[in-house]
Design a binder for this molecule. Sequence first.
Ligand SMILES: Cc1ncc(COP(=O)(O)O)c(C=O)c1O
Length: 385
Amino acid sequence: MSLKEYVYCDYAAGSPCRPEVLDVFNEYATRQYSNPGAHHPLAYVAKKHLWELHERMGRVIGADPREIIFTSGGTESDILALRGVMSNAEAPRNELVISAIEHHAVLLEAQRMEQAGTKVYYVPVSADGVIDRGALRKVVSERTTLVSVMYANNETGVIQPVKEVGEIAHAAGAKFHCDAVQAFWKLPLKPKEFGADLMSLAGAKFGGPKGTGLLYNEMTNRISPVIVGGPQEWGYRAGTEDLSGMAALATAMELAEAEREKIWPRVAAIRDGMEKRIVAGLGEHVRINGGNAPRLPNISNMSFLEIEGQALAIELGEQGYCVGLGSACAPGETDPSHVLAAMGLSWEDAIGCIRISFGPDITEQQAERLADLCVANYKALKGLG
Ligand SMILES: Cc1ncc(COP(=O)(O)O)c(C=O)c1O
């Protein structure tokens, strides 16, 4: 099977870079190569571009150019947000609150801080994967420095009540960081509208190149840099600016935002149709994790009971479909997901899960065939007639 023939259903792990984005990247890499910090005519042009690119990235999310910190992706943005805020924290306000279903970029950084002595609260979620607001209210207090809750979960696609989370954080005088890596492209994302003080994005999830991302940081919020050295990115991220990466990211953001309303309703209908077809074929042998909660339009997380999701994913791969196994970034591939465990799934049910995440190129026929293959493979793996 040639690579082109595979049906790619793993957009939550990464999307193809758009050719027009790559053109912009190349254009900047080969023509706008001057260091914007230098002092000659070409450097002054680069400096002008630098400002304009921050302006363009900011415009898409309703932010000032000085509120955009270019990064290498979601992980760096998350760590800059957590470390940047928490390293300024002083008693009596020095506690961190995150949800139990955060991406490992947030979770492991929080655990690292905990080992170093920071008090960290992990707020539970419901069986549908939505943060428990009652539990959140109980732990957020005048001692809280930062609340970090994602916009939409990368494994289930479940959308979190981020506006309410922001209100709870602010009522206690704490800052709110939102990891919106999965939500951008699929949902309108204006941090000032939903109340985030910091927000992470990753270009590779919406048609940008790998190695590009940003942290939105509200103008009055002073954070400490993680990468220190030169004064670049408002002093928050040292190192010669990557103008080509920024131009590519700005272009990918504009293209993603422009097409958002047009493409995703169709994808959601295809995803729903596929799930219905699988449930019709397998009944109680399959569960849609987070299926009763509001979800992103493209993600489906299903537990196929009493088989291993990995076995099913391997079969589907041989039949031409690339699907995921929960998080692509989980340390230790066979560990059951911490997200599904937080939702109350048993080890057996969590191990039987696969994550299908469609892109705008999915067709109804491809999704129907995928559903039929899931049903047939499950029956074969279980030895059902
Ligand atoms: C919700 C979420 N946060 C953070 C990340 C990490 O982003 P990156 O791989 O760009 O570092 C991911 C990647 O899958 C993600 O889904």
